[in-house]
Design a protein around this ligand. Structure first.
Ligand SMILES: CC(C)(COP(=O)(O)OP(=O)(O)OC[C@H]1O[C@@H](n2cnc3c(N)ncnc32)[C@H](O)[C@@H]1OP(=O)(O)O)[C@@H](O)C(=O)NCCC(=O)NCCS
Length: 152
């Protein structure tokens, strides 16, 4: 079940991000992990200007994504799925919800930046019809970032 995130979900989403990034501690710069593991207070400020959706199963939060609509386009941020529930269509459902939201808000395109080493993320977006439009080199603490976009 995918629903809009509310302020009551803040602790759950922070716990989800901790579970997700725990597995990347040895592969990613410390600054990046720190930036992607917000405290509840930090996450509350992330919610300003960003609409988040969360996927739950049996009450447990298993995935989340944010979308920021600006200048007539929609940027996806902070997509993450619980390591225990991957390859079950959770990210597909979350991106689907944000795409609907983007269309509802009459945006003309939707885009995302993902670390180049996140091959699973690129596979999800390609599968959903996104095209790779470029690479930003050493963009996040020395990590290359892939840009993917879809015209709506
Ligand atoms: C990337 C991520 C969000 C994918 O979530 P998910 O719920 O497992 O993705 P889905 O089940 O919706 O996958 C849809 C399709 O994408 C492709 N895909 C997903 N994960 C893949 C993988 N590890 N390898 C190859 N293809 C993959 C497949 O085609 C898959 O369909 P299939 O399972 O029927 O073959 C998840 O792996 C994750 O949280 N990774 C760490 C954080 C991250 O990379 N976030 C993205 C930042 S932009």
């Amino acid at each position: 079940m995918v629903e809009r995130l509310t302020h009551q979900d803040v602790n759950d989403i922070c716990a989800l991000y901790r579970r997700v990034w725990e597995g990347f501690r040895t592969d990613l710069p410390d600054q990046l992990i720190k930036a992607w593991e917000p405290t509840p207070l930090e996450f509350t400020s992330w919610m300003e200007g960003v609409t988040y959706f969360a996927a739950r199963r049996d009450g447990k939060m298993i995935g989340a994504i944010g979308c920021r609509i600006e200048n007539g386009s929609c940027r996806l941020v902070h997509l993450a799925v619980d390591p225990e529930t991957r390859r079950q269509g959770v990210a597909t459902a979350l991106v689907g919800a944000t795409t609907e939201w983007a269309r509802h808000n009459t945006t003309s395109m939707i885009w995302v930046d993902a670390l180049a080493k996140f091959t699973a993320a690129a596979a999800v977006f390609r599968q959903l019809g996104f095209a790779e439009s470029g690479v930003l080199h050493k963009h996040y603490w020395g990590e290359d970032v892939r840009l993917l976009e879809k015209i709506l």
